[in-house]
Write a new protein. Structure first.
Length: 571
């Protein structure tokens, strides 16, 4: 391999070459013998469609002879993504997640023989046949990474005015759910071309254009999720109830950890997530102190891998899906969750609350005007690009603020880190605080608060005040990143679930006195709440350590308590 520091080769071209073998392995005789009983063989003729862009829950297609082709059909033109032949297989992450296919597959040779394995059997194979699952899952992941780097591939397209709040919201939702897409400014030539083709006026923006060429004008996030296949149909048409062993509300690190262990141990597992898997950790640009990653890993990549792991073991995810209420009965189920938007009830033998905490808002004049157009709660590559060579402000003294400041300092002209206290040592990990304090283009403003935000369509200036001296200063800035903490997402819970004075859920010995526990042969497990069979993990739990690794640990540990609770329930 050539040295990337001396080679003149395009980094993307080098990436494609280096990952070719991982992305496109051949199915050998031993693997084919394991897969053959799970599917059916059939003949595909030239031009015959195997699956179309937008289809969901596709199975695995192994080519036994002949040749197929996969294309992206875009505005009357075609981009050939690949021409797989004998012993190749079709698909990427969407076959594991059940999301919408991004391309169309069809026969290329006059006649080809394929083995088609239904989605249900594919997931079974990925969970039970490690000799098959490892190369297939690795290939799925690498193919998605290659698509995300492909400058020619479009995927979903969001057409929006440059810098618009609504456009940024759609981009953020798709990005955090790992759906390949492009954000296209309406004013640019590509935006004008699409506006003409789909007859779009400014009142129609933002518009989402699907890989199948369908325009959705001013769509809601639920509509976007349905088109992308993120919102799973947990109940069939006409049904009002679904049952499972474990319902996990929230897919941050704690919820994902619980999903992996629950599903891998054979429990029927359903995960409800209100926005995107990953929680606050998913917004972290780099987590450097997570076990097993000596050079660090982005929160988005870490939590996405965890979700794929849970999916591989059979967990079902639905996004955005929120639980409106939690009720109880004596029917052998620990909890009954009313689901938003579908009028259905999810009856679970055990419930794990992993809803985390919500970002706290800055108490600054004008802040609401610039939400999504200058005020952000995560520092991702998009925000870094928006404020390139500009001044930015990061507010907060914790690890998330320090990570954001370091990440943004790579592209911003200057980063102002605004903190309430005198220093960082009490609130930030020492390794991180030392880096922040020695970074040349980071200036720490101690005992300072944001008082006012000003600008036109986008944020332009911010007024800061020294809370000790009363001195004020105005800073020109493209963005304020608020990292000032969070409050627990527990407002939807009934009074039976006891909470502390700050709203965090009590567990273990703290709730042994609760009425629901009186007269039972067992006491609450360490992560069990005041209601038997209902658990709380991660940031939402009173007394939890607010660290990513700790949340993952609680997610794994809680399943031991779940088994204990299930054993006490009537079948």
């Amino acid at each position: 391999m050539s040295d990337p520091t001396t080679s003149n080769e395009d980094p993307d071209e080098q990436f494609y070459r280096d990952t070719e073998a991982i992305a496109f392995p051949k199915i050998d005789d031993r693997q084919l013998a394991m897969l053959d009983p799970l599917g059916k063989r059939r003949t595909i003729r030239g031009g015959e469609i195997v699956f179309k862009a937008g289809d969901r829950d596709m199975g695995l297609v192994v080519i036994l002879s002949g040749e197929l082709e996969v294309v992206e059909q875009r505005d009357g033109n075609e981009l050939v993504l690949g021409t797989p032949g004998a012993r190749d297989f079709l698909g990427d992450i969407s076959m594991l997640t059940g999301t919408a296919a991004l391309g169309t597959a069809r026969g290329k040779a006059e006649e080809s023989e394929v083995l088609e394995i239904p989605a249900v059997q594919l997931r079974r194979a990925l969970a039970e046949l490690p000799g098959v699952s490892e190369p297939i899952v690795r290939a799925f992941m690498m193919r998605r990474q290659r698509l995300l780097r492909d400058r020619e591939f479009a995927g979903f397209r969001v057409v929006a005015p440059g810098g618009s709040r609504e456009g940024h919201e759609l981009h953020d939702f798709l990005q955090k759910n790992h759906i390949p897409h492009r954000l296209i400014a309406y004013e640019e030539p590509d935006g004008q071309r699409l506006a003409e083709r789909f007859n779009l006026a400014t009142r129609h923006l933002p518009t989402l254009i699907t890989p199948a060429g369908k325009p959705l004008r001013r769509p809601s996030l639920r509509e976007v999720a349905q088109e992308a296949g993120l919102m799973r149909h947990l109940v069939e048409d006409g049904e009002t109830e679904i049952t499972c062993d474990v319902a996990i509300v929230g897919a941050g690190p704690a919820g994902l950890g619980a999903a992996v262990y629950a599903a891998s141990e054979g429990l029927r597992t359903v995960v409800l997530e209100g926005y995107a898997p990953g929680g606050q950790a998913g917004s972290s640009s780099l987590i450097e102190n997570f076990f097993g990653f000596p050079t660090g890993i982005s929160g988005s990549e870490l939590t996405h891998r965890a979700q794929l792991q849970a999916l591989r073991f059979g967990a079902k995810f639905s996004t955005p899906s929120s639980a409106l209420t939690l009720g109880f009965s004596d029917s052998g189920y620990s909890g009954e969750l009313e689901l938003e938007g579908c009028g259905a009830t999810l009856r679970a033998r055990a419930v794990i609350i992993a809803t985390g905490a919500d970002y706290m808002r800055l108490d600054a004049e004008g802040r609401e005007e610039f939400e999504g157009s200058g005020v952000y709660y995560a520092a991702t590559a998009l925000e870094a690009q928006l404020c390139r060579e500009s001044n930015v402000i990061v507010v907060g003294g914790g690890n998330s603020a320090g990570q954001a400041a370091m990440f943004l300092s790579e592209t911003a002209a200057k980063v102002f880190l605004v903190i309430r206290g005198e220093g960082l040592s009490a609130t930030m990990s020492s390794y991180l605080s030392r880096r922040v304090e020695t970074r040349e283009n980071i200036e720490i403003l101690r005992r300072t608060a944001v008082r006012r935000m000003m600008g036109g369509k986008r944020l332009e200036t911010v007024e800061l005040e020294n809370t000790q001296t009363g001195e004020k200063q105005t800073v020109q800035t493209a963005a304020v990143f608020s990292m000032i903490g969070a409050k627990p997402c527990t407002q939807w819970l009934p009074a039976e679930i006891e909470r502390d004075e700050k709203g965090f859920i009590k567990t273990g010995a703290e709730v042994a006195h609760a009425r629901a526990w009186q007269g039972l042969e067992r006491g609450p497990a360490p992560l069990e709440t005041s209601r038997p069979g209902v658990f709380a993990v991660g940031d939402v739990r009173s007394g939890s350590v607010k660290r990513c690794a700790a949340a993952v640990g609680e997610g794994g540990m809680v399943i031991a308590g779940v088994h204990q609770a299930l054993a006490a329930l009537p079948r």
